[in-house]
Design a protein around this ligand. Structure first.
Ligand code: ADP
Length: 548
């Protein structure tokens, strides 16, 4: 039987228009360091339309790519909405990638136009000549001297506002385009090998935005003010710009002011109700607000993910500031929201057993656990294997068919994350498959050791990696950043770990370091630690083994 329903394509044009028609007065605040610059949705929509006209004039047709090289701000949001709603494809370049990788992504995506914030022109200037397909760069802010830094190559350099302001303030947003066509693209941060491209469709972005607004996800509405800390160049800023726009929430954009002090000031002045970021951001912020009296009481919920969230961090925010940190899991390949750890209805918010789970699977996303020999495991909260996922906002391949080994023969995405699922759909990640420590045939979770270590009052950060061991093949090396003024020893830390970790898992090798190296998106960069160890650059304390 055929349904009687209308077949309306889900599109970014629909999303953009909904925000404009319904919430024209909602606000977008771009942080300037000490105060904010406020625009309305109507104003951002007008910039989006003018930009869409300008891009057509500059030769970016439907399906062709326009890239952004920007912080989170109102102009980036206009590009975020306007480029896909016009039928072209938005490519958000990760400004923190290594120069060669940056050029690689622009060439691979064949970006024709780039929009660049004046504050990061020097970063782009280093690689622009290597970007072979870029014909025009629109610089937001800055003066002729700033733009001059990009001159000398084949691309023409313009002032963003000059170009955009000369255009008509309306655009015939494309409602009829195929909802399965590409709307935006993002590259994985390439912790190994070249970055790989993921192309999101209009349909996938729209469905992901709706799912993100659900009460069992971010639970946002037009009563909210979202502090969008996750960079919009990283996994679509976890979809927050789209979810916020769909719900009519105010969007607070920190621009380049991502350090704890300006973020604390932003929170105090602009009073966000909701935010999301990787755990390191909320770890730094916690230290700041603990030391400097800051009113953070407007925040009800903060979603943390992208890396394992230490239980000690969740407890500290809960107990000291009455703020609920909820853990979530996802990847660039999953748009990224795929699981979120709201405790079940019959559990209290401070039921840490539930809160410490990685996440409960989102509707429409399916997840299975597959053992090393390819057998699908039961969802019994015990059987360990690699997570595989599928769903309408999970990628089915990489752009240009790169790395097909990441997809199973029956079309599931192999996540590279290892752990177990329980009967209520909660997943628990024990590690990334490449970070698991394989000691004498048994697996040690680096994440469990890190979590336990970060629960010690003198430990600010701790990263655990596998290092080669003659007898056990691999053993854990703990690299620890100690709080200023503290004098804790390796022996004391091992003893502390012994209260929650099995004896055979306790590290013998310890390094005290100044900070844990981070990737372009603020996660622990374990490959750097492994390399430093291999090169003999780490000063390692070796304790007597507790293994027989
Ligand atoms: P990259 O692989 O470059 O870091 P992503 O930002 O897409 O790119 O990272 C996705 C990965 O981040 C996941 O595969 C997983 O290993 C890790 N991750 C995300 N959320 C969590 C979480 N809550 N706990 C543990 N790991 C997580």
């Amino acid at each position: 039987m055929q349904s009687t329903m209308q077949d309306t394509p889900l599109s970014m044009a629909m999303l953009l228009r909904h925000g404009l028609d319904t919430y024209a007065d909602s606000k977008v605040v771009t942080w300037l360091g000490e105060s904010g610059r406020t625009s309305t949705y109507a104003e951002v929509g007008e910039t989006a339309a003018r930009l869409a006209n300008a891009l057509r004039r500059l030769g970016v047709g439907p399906g062709e790519r326009a890239g952004t090289f920007q912080w989170n701000n109102a102009e980036h949001l206009a590009a975020y909405l306007g480029i896909p709603a016009s039928g072209s494809v938005l490519h958000t370049l990760n400004i923190r990638l290594f120069p060669e990788q940056l050029a690689y992504t622009a060439n691979h995506a064949e970006d024709k136009v780039l929009i660049c914030d004046a504050s990061i022109v020097p970063v782009l200037a280093k690689v622009l000549q290597e970007m072979k397909t870029v014909e025009h760069v629109l610089v937001v802010g800055g003066d002729a001297d700033v733009r001059e830094q990009l001159a000398g190559g084949s691309a023409q350099i313009h002032d963003f506002h000059e170009v955009v302001d000369a255009e008509e303030p309306t655009f015939a947003w494309d409602d009829k385009l195929d909802e399965r066509s590409g709307a935006s693209m993002c590259y994985t941060s390439g912790t190994t090998g070249n970055p790989k491209g993921v192309v999101y469709s209009h349909r996938s972005l729209f469905l992901h935005a709706m799912a993100g607004c659900m009460g069992s996800a971010f639970g946002i509405s037009d009563r909210d003010r979202l502090l969008a800390i996750v960079p919009m160049f990283h996994a679509s800023g976890w979809g927050m710009p789209f979810q916020g726009w769909l719900a009519g929430a105010d969007l607070l954009m920190p621009d380049r002011f991502l350090q704890a002090e300006p973020l604390a000031k932003l929170i105090e002045q602009e009073k966000p109700t909701f935010s999301a970021a990787v755990p390191t951001v909320f770890n730094d912020l916690l230290r700041y607000v603990d030391e400097h009296k800051t009113d953070v009481s407007s925040l009800r919920t903060v979603v943390c993910g992208g890396a394992a969230v230490p239980l000690s961090l969740m407890k500290a925010w809960h107990e000291r500031h009455n703020i609920t940190l909820i853990q979530a899991w996802g990847m660039t390949e999953t748009s990224p929201l795929a699981a979120i750890a709201h405790p079940p209805a019959d559990a209290a918010l401070d039921d840490w057993n539930w809160r410490s789970k990685t996440g409960r699977i989102f509707p429409a996303v399916e997840c299975r656990v597959v053992s090393e020999d390819g057998v699908i495991q039961p969802n019994d909260g015990q059987a360990v294997g690699e997570f595989e996922v599928r769903g309408p906002w999970v990628t089915a391949s990489y752009y240009q068919g790169d790395d097909p080994s990441k997809f199973s023969d029956d079309g599931w995405l192999r996540t590279g994350d290892v752990g177990f699922l329980d009967a209520k759909g909660f997943m628990q990640i024990s590690d990334r498959s490449k970070d698991v420590i394989k000691s004498g045939g048994e697996w040690i979770s680096s994440v469990d050791l890190e979590n336990a270590l970060m629960g010690h009052p003198d430990v600010m950060e701790a990263a655990v990696v596998a290092v080669p061991d003659e007898r056990w093949s691999e053993r854990p090396l703990a690299s620890v950043v100690v709080r200023q003024g503290a004098t804790v020893t390796a022996d004391e830390l091992r003893e502390f770990l012994g209260s929650s970790v099995a004896k055979w898992q306790l590290p013998e090798r310890w390094a005290f370091i100044e900070s844990v190296p981070k990737t372009s998106v603020g996660k622990f960069d374990k490959k750097v630690i492994r390399a430093r160890y291999a090169e003999g650059e780490l000063e390692v304390v070796e304790l007597e083994s507790k293994l027989k």
